[in-house]
Design a protein around this ligand. Structure first.
Ligand code: ZN
Length: 86
């Protein structure tokens, strides 16, 4: 059974004392132009800030066309895969 995540589902997760996850706002910056992508992501209290950022990156890369390169830089959809931004 697949259902979209509704506010009710999020509320259920938040009420579940066994769930370590909670939503937090994370911002990723384009290292070329400074464009920001801010969103709410489910993280756990045990995750480091680097791990939380990785959650946001993973979402943006998979869904929004962002790119995270081997140098640790992030690029917005406009500057992703240009290869000549450095
Ligand atoms: Zn950019």
């Amino acid at each position: 059974m697949t259902q979209p995540i509704t506010p009710e589902t999020v509320s259920a997760i938040l009420r579940d004392p066994n769930s370590p996850l909670y939503p937090t706002q994370i911002t990723v910056f384009c290292d070329h132009c400074g464009t920001e992508a801010t969103g709410d992501y489910m993280v756990s209290g045990e995750m480091t800030s680097a791990q939380r950022l990785a959650v946001a990156r993973e979402y943006l890369v998979a869904n929004e066309g962002w790119e995270h390169d081997e140098y640790g830089d992030d690029f917005c959809p406009e500057h992703a895969s240009t290869g000549t931004t450095r």
